[in-house]
Structure formats: C-alpha cells, structure tokens
Write a protein that binds this ligand. Structure first.
Ligand code: ADP
Ligand code: MG
Length: 629
C-alpha cells in the first residue's frame, strides 16, 4: 500500500453522530425516501457540472455524459447510485459527509428530533439538509467513491457503518463523479428490487432533468415543466414538480406560472409552500428559487432573483436573455438580473394581490403562515413597500375575532370627515378593546386596527400613509378626532371639574410627577377610565417605545409621553377636592403616583409592577380602615 492509499479513520463531528442516531433509530416509516435523497444529491451535482462545463476550461472527463445510474444486485442486496457530477475533493468530503454546518445546530437537532417523532417526520429530512444520512436507514455500510471535476484532484473512497467513525482512503482509477454503494441491512432487503426502485424513482424523482437508468433501463421523463404551455399542464403535474424542486412532501398553497417576452424573455414557475420552516425554529431559510438560462441551472437557491423577504418562495426562473456563461460572482451586479428581479418580484406581488381578491380564504391561510415575511418586506424594502401595502392584513375593532381586514377595506369603511387610519398595538384583542385608548374611538364609531406583533408598529410607521391617509397610532397625544355623534359638552347630570379647576389640577399633578411626564392634560378622549398615557412623540407610539425598551434595556431613555386625565372621573374630582381641603400630602402623592402607574400598565410601559405592591397595601389599609365601612 502506498502512502497515499493509507486508510485514515476519522470521527464524525458530534452533531453528525446525533443526526445519524435520530435517522437510524427514530425514522422507520417511509424509509424509501433515501432513494429520493440520494438522487436529489446526484442531480444537484450534475446541475453544478453542467454549469462548470460552461464556465470552466479544465475539467476532468469532460465528455462524460451527465447521467444517473442505479444498479441493483438483487442477490448481494446492494444498491449503487452513481452520477457523473462535480464529485468531491478530499476536503469537500470531510466537510460534507463528516460535519453539519448549521447555524444554531443545537436548536436544529432538537427540531429534527421533534420532527422525527411526529408522524411523517421522515419526509422532512431533505429539508433539514441532512438527506445523505438517510442512506443509513437502510444500510449497514455505505461507501462513497468520488472524484472531483477539478483536474488536480485524486479519487477518494469514504466508508462508514453509521457508527461514530468513517474511513477515508485515496482511490485511483475513478471516473469523474460520485458512486454511492449501499449494503442493505437485513431488515431492508426489500429495497433490492428493481421494480420497487422504479416505482420509487417515478414517484419522487420523475422531474430530475437528467436521465436516470436502473440496471440499464431509462425510467424518468425529463422535462422542464416551466417551459411548457400552461394549458397543457395538470394540477397534479404542478404539485409533483413542486415536491421535486422543494424536496417537500406537502402540497403548495399557491403556484404561479408566468411567461413573458417583454421586457425580458422569462418563464417562471413559483410556489408558496404550506409550511414555514422558520416557524419550526430553524434559522433563516435559504432562498428557494433556482435560476436557469435555457434550462441550464445558473444558480441554485439564488439570492439575486427575489428579495430576501421572499425567501420562502420555491421554484424556477428561466430567462433566455441571460448570458449562459455568466459567473455566479457577477450575478449580483448584473443589470439584466436586476431587471429580471424587478419583473419577477412585481409580478409575484401582483399575483398575491389577485389571490387576495379571488381566493380570500386561501390567502388568509397564506397570510397566517407567511404574513411576517411580507411585513419584513414592508419595513425593509423601500422599493416594494408601496406594492406590499395592499397585501397586509390586520384584525380591527370592526372585524370578528380572528378575522382580518386589509388597509383598503379599512379605508372604504372610514367615517365621513375621518382622514387618518388608526391603529393600536397591544397584547390581545381583549386588552385593546377594554383599554383606555379605544374609548374615544368606540364612542365615535371609528375603526381601529389591532396590532399584536411588535413589528406591526414598524410596518405601519414605515408605510406612513396609505391611499393618502396618514397611518396614526391611537396612543398619540394630540389626536384630532371627528366629533362624537352626541354632544361633547358635559351634560347637566355628569359632574365634572370646570376647565379652570382642571387646569389647576393638571399643573399640580405635573408638579408631583416631575420629569416622568412631559405634561398632564385634560383629556378629550377618555370616557370611562380616569387616565391614560399618550405619546407626545409623533414618531414613536407607546408600543414602539415598549419594543425599544425591551431591546436596549437600560440604555434608552423612555420616549416622551404625557398623562391625560378624565375630569369627569370621580377619582379625579375627589382628588381635587381633597387637595383643596388640605389632605395629607403623602396620601395625595400616593394617589397621583398610583394613577400614573396604572396608566403606564395600560400602555404596556410598566417595567416592574412590583414597585406598586407596597403602595397597593398602603391604599388598601386606608380603604379598609375608612369610617364608612
Ligand atoms: P444537502 O443536499 O441538503 O446539502 P445532504 O446531506 O443531502 O444535504 O448532502 C450533503 C452534501 O454532500 C451536499 O450538499 C453535497 O455537497 C455533498 N454531496 C452529497 N452527495 C453528493 C454527490 N452525489 N455528488 C457531489 N456531492 C455530493
Ligand atoms: Mg441532499
């Protein structure tokens, strides 16, 4: 044995061991998906090869046809899957088949475990980026022989029984590409059956754009579905193709098949999946659209063809106008690509708008799963912000619990004289409905959008306006609301402090509260509640302050806010009287602080409500020892 042929034993990275453990021991149903995973890897390697051939001069075995061969030895119970793709160098093998590079690997393993214990979890394995290891579901030994297309690389052989280690040896005489040999486990002999394999390949890999031969017989129909006429494609074919390109097992929510000649020649077939993998606690998804030129893959999981916030979209974009030999490095600043991106993005946004209009129920389902991505787009992506706005949905005071309204629908319901779109952020519908901020709106019959996510405030404040109506947080201080239906002046029966008395009370309270508030004011809005915090910073609603506060705990001083008080409320009327009668200063201060703290709680701005406990007891003690009881 020469030095280079020495066998080196390597240990798998700890996380790989865990993946293998989950794959081998927890995933038992539907083991046939190993066929799909290995073929999908072979197809990826061939796609990369096809591209290399266009841009690279020196390539090993340049004339080798791009194909996948599956050879079954029914007696020996061996399956061999080989491709003439890019192959792997020694370093690449170690990196690809010995480690997993996932951001948040621990979290990832936890999710994989959860998915594997749930029904159908095995389906997801490809989406977890660990498809290769599925070979060990059916094999007691897996051998990978591979030679990279790079002319200076030598052949390598990788072998493992799926325990903790793998052996790596140099191997001469290999043709370019990768050959994976599975020695089937006793309980997996059923897979060494040509007919069974044919069915499996047809089921999962019919759209692989390279010939697949099983023991010499071609089994797949190669077709670029996206180049075919829409009218000739069945729903089933669309779904099957989705499952193939997304390596998924669910049905998509939507698909959009779009062709154009101007301003660019383009065929695009885009899908929205049914599940949001980021919701499963994965890190950020990779983009899901592959970029082709005349059916040749230019860039897999392209990050140039759609903006980041559309990374959940899966599919294919093919443009004949792209130069075939365009290098991946220059894609980013290619003017044609920019144009293509604009065309596809706008068309897809328009498509979503059409779905909203024609298929509300399905759109709502889409919104629940991927709404957050559109919100991200509205905040970050200045270019498409205005186009995204009509796609946003929110609950509101006029919708049923759980139902949503678009901004257009809101505008169409606006009261005469209303020139703003109002929104309020809070933890739940109930808290918002019963809080002080809604009182003035409820009285006037003005609809208010209910926002539950911190990002929602950023979305609406970055939009700033919609159809000429300013988007305004309902906790703003100087809101100019149209008159309430009935007379605003205090009726004879409702006792109220006079305007002058109110002014005295406000000034006195401001003195006690000091810098905690910008001002204390007589409220034009409050009906039932004694007081509320309003934002005196038109750029920052209370809920936005809340978010900032949470993000940067001690660093940010609170945004500016004022206290509005209700001069008709018995507590404030009594407070004024008690002050004039010379009530104890410490007790008066206690009441004022308490009113302020309660209002801060309603605004969601109270940092630590425990500071109120002692005062609560003091007040309880006063109440319980009061003469009247
Ligand atoms: P994924 O395909 O999602 O990356 P896998 O576990 O299926 O995850 O494969 C891991 C990596 O191993 C692939 O990304 C690829 O780099 C490499 N690989 C696997 N099979 C092949 C093959 N047939 N030819 C070349 N590289 C391969
Ligand atoms: Mg794979």
């Amino acid at each position: 044995m020469s030095d280079s042929e020495k066998k080196h034993i390597h240990s798998f990275q700890a996380e790989v061991k865990q993946v293998l453990d989950i794959v081998i021991h927890s995933l038992y149903t539907n083991r046939e998906i190993f066929v799909r995973e290995l073929i999908s890897n072979a197809a990826d390697a061939l796609e990369k090869m096809r591209h290399e051939k266009l841009v690279n001069e020196s390539i090993a075995d340049k004339d080798l046809p791009l194909e996948i061969h599956i050879d079954v030895d029914e007696d020996a119970k061996h399956i061999c899957i080989s491709d003439s793709g890019v192959g792997m160098t020694e370093d690449e093998i170690q990196e690809n088949l010995g480690t997993i590079a996932h951001s948040g690997t621990r979290e990832f393993l936890k999710r994989l475990k959860e998915a594997s214990s749930s029904n159908g979890g095995v389906q997801l394995i490809g989406q977890f980026g660990v498809g290769f290891y599925s070979a060990f579901m059916v094999s007691h030994e897996v051998t990978v022989e591979t030679r990279s297309f790079k002319t200076d690389a030598h052949g390598m052989q990788w072998t493992s029984d799926g325990g903790g280690q793998y052996a790596l040896t140099a191997k001469d005489g290999l043709a370019r590409g990768t050959k994976i040999t599975l020695s089937l486990r006793d309980d997996a002999h059923e897979f060494a059956d040509v007919e069974r394999l044919k069915d499996t390949v047809k089921k999962y890999s019919n759209f692989v754009p390279f010939p697949i031969q099983i023991n010499g017989e071609k089994v797949n129909t190669i077709q670029a579905l996206w180049t075919r006429n829409k009218n000739d494609i069945t729903g089933e074919e669309y779904t099957e193709f989705y499952k193939f390109i997304a390596n998924a097992n669910d049905d998509p929510i939507f698909h959009m098949h779009f062709s154009a000649d101007v301003p660019l020649m383009v065929n695009a077939l885009l899908y929205v999946p049914a599940t949001n993998m980021e919701m499963f606690g994965f890190g950020k998804m990779d983009p899901g659209v592959n970029l082709y030129c005349r059916k040749v893959l230019i860039q897999q999981e392209s990050n140039v063809i759609l903006p980041d916030w559309l990374r959940f979209v899966k599919g294919v974009v093919d443009s004949e106008d792209l130069p075939l030999n365009i290098s991946r490095e220059t894609l980013q600043d290619n003017a044609l690509i920019r144009k293509l991106r604009k065309v596809i993005t706008s068309r897809f946004i328009k498509f979503l708008g059409e779905q909203f209009k024609t298929n509300r129920e399905k759109y709502s389902e889409f919104w629940k799963t991927f709404g957050l991505f559109l919100k991200q787009g509205a905040v970050e992506d200045f270019e498409y912000r205005q186009e995204i706005a009509p796609l946003l949905l929110f609950e509101s005071s006029s919708t049923e619990n759980g139902e949503t309204a678009s901004l257009s629908e809101y505008v169409s319901r606006m009261r005469a004289g209303q020139d703003k779109i109002f929104y309020i952020n809070g933890p739940s519908r109930e808290a918002l409905q019963n809080g002080p901020y809604m009182e003035a709106f409820a009285k006037r019959g003005i609809e208010v959008l209910y926002l539950y996510e911190p990002i929602d405030d950023f979305v609406l404040s970055s939009l700033h306006e919609f159809e000429g109506k300013t988007l305004t947080s309902a906790d703003q201080g100087d809101l100019d609301l149209p008159d309430a239906p009935e007379a605003e002046e205090p009726s004879e029966k409702t006792p109220s402090l006079s305007k002058d008395d109110g002014e005295i009370l406000c000034g006195w309270m401001k003195g006690l509260l000091g810098d905690k508030v910008t001002a204390v004011r007589d409220s034009k809005r409050l009906v039932e509640s004694p007081a509320m915090i309003v934002s005196s910073d038109s750029m920052m609603s209370a809920s936005m302050q809340r978010v900032m506060q949470a993000m940067q705990k001690d660093m940010l001083p609170l945004g500016k806010h004022s206290l509005e008080i209700n001069l008709k409320h018995p507590i404030l009327i009594q407070l004024f009287q008690l002050k004039n009668q010379g009530g104890s200063e410490s007790f008066l201060k206690m009441i004022v602080d308490h009113i302020y703290d309660n209002a801060m709680i309603e605004a969601g701005l109270m940092d630590d409500p425990r500071t109120m406990v002692k005062r609560n007891y003091d007040i309880l003690e006063k109440a319980i020892t009061a003469k009247e009881f």
